[in-house]
Design a protein around this ligand. Structure first.
Ligand code: IPM
Ligand code: MN
Length: 366
């Protein structure tokens, strides 16, 4: 609030958003997300200031730089990051992933990877006899530890005596904050009120012993929430056979990576799936999880709904719930009434027309 000439004027809120359109179809879908964000921010009386960052495969090829300290220092001052996609067919796997995506997650301590798996009406799922009633849960994946830290090494590489070790790091603090986030989210979500720990206690007897102890310890603080446990292999089975059993799944980094791709498929595919890398005390990053899809670049055939839903999670996380639910209501309408097939090239609309449809529904509902 600011005092102007004796009056107290309520300033509308303003958020600084770092935009990384990135590679492939990233820029196309980000454009649509921003179109939708502008429409709701105008209606809900908050401002968004977008600062674009040239980061990704193209930038790496031109400059040899993945993510400079300077860029990180600048991004860290923003309120959130909106990311399109990182990935380039001509760059060796690992360089951009480690140098950009994982670096941002680690440096900004985005310790939660948050992935809603929700089947909207009118969207096809490959699961027979399952519909929106049965497919509605979230995966809370630990996002800074486990097999992703790069701990390990190799010896005598390229020889017959070669040894490769890649270690899973699980800290008490890292596990606890992730598990606690899952229970808190379950409480907020207020649906089935059940948190399932997905692990592998029968084989990974050090790592998941820690996870299991922490899980049941934290659960004691949430007597209204039911607890459940499933091994990761069984989790995959139940996600296909009985997805209605799940409400919130909490798991480590690697298992979370794997089961969320399965989740994306049962909710209708990569064109729909959105995710967030969250630091509840810091700067979070929001993205469609489908990747850069290079073969569709510039064709305006890719589905922007995943990016639009990522924008929705972003403003929800920033505290703009009304604007977020305006986006979701419009997305639901577009999926139910307009788009017949959510896959790239089969939507019956171009990428930018789908963005326009979402905006049109927002305007109609307002
Ligand atoms: C994801 C992606 C990343 C991961 C890759 C691109 C490093 O698959 O966000 O799930 O493995 O976490
Ligand atoms: Mn993944």
């Amino acid at each position: 609030m600011m005092k102007v000439g004796g009056y107290v004027e309520v300033m509308s809120k303003s958020y600084d958003i770092a935009v990384i359109p990135g590679d492939g179809t990233g820029p196309e879908v980000v454009t649509e997300g921003i179109k939708v964000l502008k429409s709701v921010s105008g209606r809900c009386d908050f401002n968004l200031k977008f600062t674009y960052y040239d980061v990704g495969g193209e930038h790496y090829i031109k400059t040899g730089e993945t993510l400079s300290d300077e860029t990180i220092k600048s991004i860290i001052k923003q309120d959130a990051i909106y990311l399109g996609a990182i990935g380039h067919p001509d760059i060796k796997p690992g360089i951009l992933e480690k140098g950009i995506l994982l670096k941002l997650r680690f440096e900004l301590d985005q310790y939660i990877n948050f992935r809603p798996v929700k089947l909207y009406e009118g969207v096809d799922t490959p699961l027979k006899d399952k519909g929106p009633e049965e497919i509605d849960f979230v995966v809370v994946r630990e996002n800074t530890e486990g097999l992703y830290t790069g701990a390990g090494g190799c010896l005598k590489r390229g020889t017959v005596d070669e040894v490769a070790v890649q270690e899973s790091i699980n800290t008490r603090k890292g596990v606890e904050r992730c598990v606690r986030y899952a229970f808190e989210h379950c409480k907020r979500r207020n649906k089935k009120k059940k948190v399932t720990l997905c692990g592998k206690t029968n084989v990974l007897t050090f790592a998941f012993d820690l996870w299991e102890r922490v899980f049941y310890e934290v659960a004691r603080e949430y007597p209204d929430i039911e607890t459940d446990y499933a091994h990761v292999d069984a989790t995959c089975m139940w996600m296909v056979k009985n997805p209605e059993w799940f409400d919130v799944i909490v798991t480590d980094n690697m298992f979370g990576d794997i089961i969320t791709d399965l989740g994306a498929m049962i909710q209708g595919g990569m064109g729909i799936a959105a995710g967030a890398n969250i630091n509840p005390e810091g700067v979070s990053m929001f993205e469609p999880i489908g990747g850069s899809a290079p073969k569709y670049t510039g064709m305006q055939t890719i589905n922007p709904i995943a990016a639009i839903s990522a924008a929705q999670i972003m403003i929800e996380t920033l505290g703009e719930s009304r604007a977020a639910s305006m986006i979701e209501t419009a997305v639901i309408k577009v999926l139910r009434e307009d788009i017949k097939d959510v896959s790239a090239g089969k939507m019956g609309y171009s990428t930018s027309e789908v963005g326009d449809l979402v905006v049109a529904h927002i305007e109609k509902n307002d």
